[in-house]
Design a binder for this molecule. Structure first.
Ligand code: G1P
Ligand code: ZN
Length: 543
């Protein structure tokens, strides 16, 4: 078995986005495309000879083929050992857990998260560092720079490695250890939450429904919710990961997880519903006929954190991404702990967690997590809610309503305009950016613009600056309108519009978010000229 050095030419489009490199499967299938990117990672991370890597993905189409390529390239690039999830399966939070537990040099995660899969769907790849979190921008920029200059990659001349059974084999001078992707993660969850209390909640007839959306969390949810916590068989649906996610869009929101939403809003609805995404890091929480916004979910978890054994000591601080509502800020204030506002994307939370500045983090995009790993964690959020429900013995809805009564309600909604022509989407952004001066101080009905800007973040730990992170229009009463271009799409541009209005008056807390936000929506469309500039009357997704 020799090591071959294969010459190649750079591709110009291997710039990692919000979460790694994501492209359509046929793009990754071009000769040398995946190999170039993998070599660019290896050339940029300076792993010592003999280092250990973790490798796995969400099971989508091309996962297995990519794993074989990466194993042979790792062997040719001096790695000593690769830990591979059985069948190539590893949820994103489980990858983070394993990287940390076994103190490996890092890991490669194959996923395009919530984007659809299959031969014409999306594929993705990212590198996570030894803290278990997504590589920092410094590293992803180095990878991109390397990808534009690469001239060759190294690959071991060898046959494929069997990854369908737990065990150890060798590939050249490298060990390949296939491990059970669920057990380390399940053990970590058991160490954080009161499994006995949740078990008795479920034994008492509290009904749950978890939709794994034919994505990676199926085996994790079955093991933890059904086997370890005793939920009746069938409580987890769509539990077998499929290469095309059964043709679905594995994104746990009100649009794409509509089957689950129908169950929770139907007759004889279960008491609790949840779903997670392609790679298991997102979550949606539902009560009986009740949707918990991700921003509220973060705030409720923060306010009730000490009910879970792993968080009994209290929280060091909370961090949220800029477009996420300020509901968590109010809890932080009440707890007298710091609250950080970061750009969109989990990678910005890593430094804060590593420095011990925050315990909980969250994003409005159905992402919640804590310092137990360095990724957001879908099943963790579900277990946190179940732990809270088991202790408080109230419904999801009454817990959220009590929360609003105490802290006020940050009414929230996000509008996504997907697949826009890039020029039109950028036109909306530059139009807004060109009008900051004129908008400041402007009055729209009861709203007055306090200030507007392009959000920029200086990392309090390493001082790095991230500019151009979204347009903020902030009103004097704290209400906000935010515009941002997505960094994860693979087709055209996706424009996101985030709307938030603070409502202290409890007599208005029952209002539907779309009703309560109607004025802000009108203002947002007016000042952005979104309809005129994109030709879109309606958003693709409203959450
Ligand atoms: C989206 C979400 C963001 C999340 C990312 C990865 O990124 O908005 O919060 O971290 O997916 O799951 P975007 O497409 O907006 O760049
Ligand atoms: Zn995801």
């Amino acid at each position: 078995m020799g090591i071959r050095t294969i010459s190649t030419r750079p591709f110009s489009d291997q710039k990692p986005g919000t979460s790694g490199l994501r492209k359509k499967v046929p793009v990754f299938q071009q000769p040398h495309y995946l190999e170039n990117f993998v070599q660019s990672i290896f050339d940029s991370i300076a792993a010592p000879q003999g280092a250990t890597l973790v490798l796995g993905g969400d099971g989508r189409y091309y996962n297995r083929a990519a794993i074989q390529v990466i194993l042979k390239m790792a062997a040719a690039n001096g790695f000593g050992k690769v830990l591979v999830g059985r069948d190539g399966i590893l949820s994103t939070p489980a990858a983070s857990c394993v990287i940390r537990k076994y103190q490996t040099f890092g890991g490669i995660i194959l996923s395009a998260s919530h984007n659809p899969g299959g031969p014409d769907g999306d594929f993705g790849i990212k590198f996570n560092s030894s803290n278990g979190g997504p590589a920092t921008e410094t590293i992803t920029e180095a990878i991109f720079a390397r990808s534009k200059a690469i001239g060759a990659y190294r690959m071991l001349d060898a046959g494929d490695v069997a990854i369908d059974k737990v065990g150890v084999s060798t590939l050249g001078g490298m060990q390949v250890q296939v491990f059970d992707p669920v057990s380390d993660y399940a053990e970590l969850m058991e160490s954080l939450f009161d499994f006995a209390a949740i078990r008795s909640l479920l034994a008492g007839g509290f009904k749950i429904k978890f939709d794994a959306m034919h994505a990676v969390n199926g085996p994790y949810a079955r093991e933890i919710l059904e086997r370890r916590l005793g939920a009746p068989a069938g409580s987890v649906s769509n539990a077998v990961p499929l290469p095309d996610f059964g043709g679905g869009h594995p994104d746990p929101n009100l649009t794409y997880a509509h089957d689950l939403v129908e169950v929770l809003y139907g007759d004889n609805a279960p008491d609790f519903g949840a779903a997670s995404d392609g790679d298991g890091d997102r979550n949606m929480i539902l009560g009986k006929k009740f949707f918990v916004t991700p921003s509220d979910s973060l705030a409720v978890i923060a306010a009730n954190a000490t009910l879970a054994p792993g968080y009994q000591q209290g929280l060091a601080g909370i961090a949220r991404s800029m477009p996420t509502s300020a509901a968590a800020d109010r809890v932080a204030q009440a707890l007298n702990i710091p609250c950080f506002e970061t750009p969109t994307g989990w990678k910005f939370f890593g430094n804060l967690m590593d420095a011990g500045k925050v315990t909980l983090c969250g994003e409005e995009s159905f992402g919640t997590g804590s310092a137990h790993v360095r990724e957001k964690d879908g099943l963790w959020a579900v277990l946190f809610w179940l732990n809270i429900l088991a202790v408080r013995k109230q419904s999801v809805e009454s817990i959220v309503r009590e929360h609003w009564a105490k802290y006020g309600r940050n009414v929230y909604s996000r509008y996504d305009y997907e697949g826009l022509p890039t020029a039109a989407a950028q036109g909306v952004m530059s139009h807004l950016q060109g009008n900051f001066g004129q908008m400041t101080g402007a009055k729209f009905g009861k709203y007055t613009v306090k200030f507007c800007d392009d959000f920029s973040y200086t990392d309090p730990v390493d001082g790095s600056v991230s500019k151009g992170q979204g347009v903020r229009i902030i009103f004097t009463d704290g209400s906000r309108i935010i515009f941002r271009l997505s960094g994860t799409g693979t087709e055209g541009a996706t424009l996101r519009l985030y709307l938030e209005a603070y409502e202290a008056d409890a007599s208005r807390h029952h209002l539907d978010a779309q009703v309560a936000l109607a004025d802000l929506i009108r203002i947002a469309l007016q000042i952005s000229e979104l309809k005129q500039r994109t030709g879109r009357e309606q958003p693709t997704v409203i959450t």
